[in-house]
Design a protein around this ligand. Structure first.
Ligand code: SF4
Ligand code: SF4
Length: 354
């Protein structure tokens, strides 16, 4: 049954498919301590469903197996320049008036793309499992410690940057899971393969990786530009560079990316218009423009107010004099969050002009 499921998963376009039991992940205690230490910042949803997150039985009574799936979002042109990504990111951050968006977000929304295939695979599992089989799928859509289950399933290992790395796919892939009452033999777990490497720690612009395997989300640019709803701390703004949605630096620095390969599922959904957007144009988006410009993309998550806040910060860091008219307009925006960050950006640019 396992090989039939794996085969079907690969046919559907997933790049890997592994199996583990539904027992709570061994790292459940560490996760609880991470929450107690308030390292999750404003991500209250992590607290609200912490109990379910560490115990799959609380999500699906009778669950026996977690099927873990990977879908690569590496793009062909990114696979050949893997080792020098950190330098490339640094170089990009100097491009005047242009922003950088995390690679995973430069596609149509992965929830939709993967969700379609997960529905089909879940149906397949239920059919194989017989009349009493029950299964449900997640792609970042439910409370589950997916990274740790994926490591236990042997799909990859948690690197010192705290993200999952696959020895077959590098760092650029999405994870998804199917929880099922069908009992299937678990695969062998994966172990850490970081060795003496510390590239990701050195690459992090904000020192958010406070020690190997420890992330202070409150300093992480992905958190600051996506999850944080309010004002970005002033002392962290200059470190954000031109990143307007997420950050790839620790992933890009990882030598395991030499094994990255473009995946079948995501590649047709790449959005080249999100590669290096013009920041001054973005700053002029109305609410309706924002929704239509980023329709079906993960960028909608921040809403206009969070996104234009980020654009303001990026222009404050990499903008030149030509960005001032757009910033002056944004500085009078009826949304105070946007106005405040635009005013900060104007002061930054004017400071550079002196
Ligand atoms: S995503 Fe960026 S800011 Fe966050 S830990 Fe990685 S390198 Fe640091
Ligand atoms: S960059 Fe090095 S230390 Fe960091 S996750 Fe990759 S292998 Fe591990």
């Amino acid at each position: 049954m396992k090989s039939a499921i794996r085969q079907r998963a690969l046919e559907l376009g997933f790049d890997d498919c592994r199996f583990t039991t539904a027992a709570p992940p061994e790292s459940a205690g560490k996760f609880q301590n991470w929450l107690i230490g308030k390292n999750h910042g404003e991500m209250q949803w992590l607290e609200r469903n912490a109990e379910k997150r560490v115990e799959p039985e609380k999500i699906l009574p009778g669950v026996q197996t977690v099927i873990v799936l990977a879908a690569s979002y590496a793009q062909r042109d990114s696979c050949s320049v893997i080792l020098d990504q950190a330098t490339a990111a640094h170089h990009e951050s100097r491009i005047t008036n242009h922003g950088t968006i995390a690679r995973y977000a430069q596609f149509s929304d992965y929830h939709d793309v993967l969700g379609e295939r997960l529905k089909l695979l879940t149906k397949f599992v239920d059919e194989l499992g017989g009349v009493n089989a029950r299964s449900l799928w997640y792609v970042d859509t439910g409370p589950i410690l997916e990274r740790d289950l994926a490591q236990r399933a042997g799909l990859g290992f948690a690197g010192k940057h705290t993200n999952l790395i696959s020895r077959k796919l590098g760092n650029w892939f999405f994870l998804a899971e199917i929880l099922t009452t069908v009992a299937l033999a678990p695969d062998a777990p994966e172990k850490n393969h970081c060795g003496h490497c510390t590239r990701c720690l050195s690459a992090c612009p904000t020192d958010a990786i406070t020690a190997p395997f420890q992330l202070d989300a409150r300093r992480c640019i992905s958190y600051l530009t996506i999850e944080l709803k309010g004002s970005i701390p002033v002392e962290l703004r200059p470190l954000i560079g031109n990143r307007i949605y997420g950050c790839d630096d620790c992933l890009a620095a990882c030598p395991w990316n030499r094994f990255a390969r473009a995946g079948k599922l995501m590649e047709p959904h790449a959005r080249t218009d999100l590669r290096q957007p013009d920041l001054t144009k973005l700053l002029g988006l109305s609410d309706a423009d924002f929704k239509s410009r980023f329709a079906n993309s993960p960028l909608l998550r921040t809403k206009r107010r969070g996104f234009l806040r980020n654009v303001g910060v990026a222009l404050g860091n990499v903008g030149d004099e030509s960005a001032l008219p757009a910033l002056q307009k944004a500085a009078a925006d009826s949304e105070p969050l946007i106005a405040e960050h635009a005013q900060w950006a104007i002061r930054q640019i004017q400071g550079r002009l002196i």
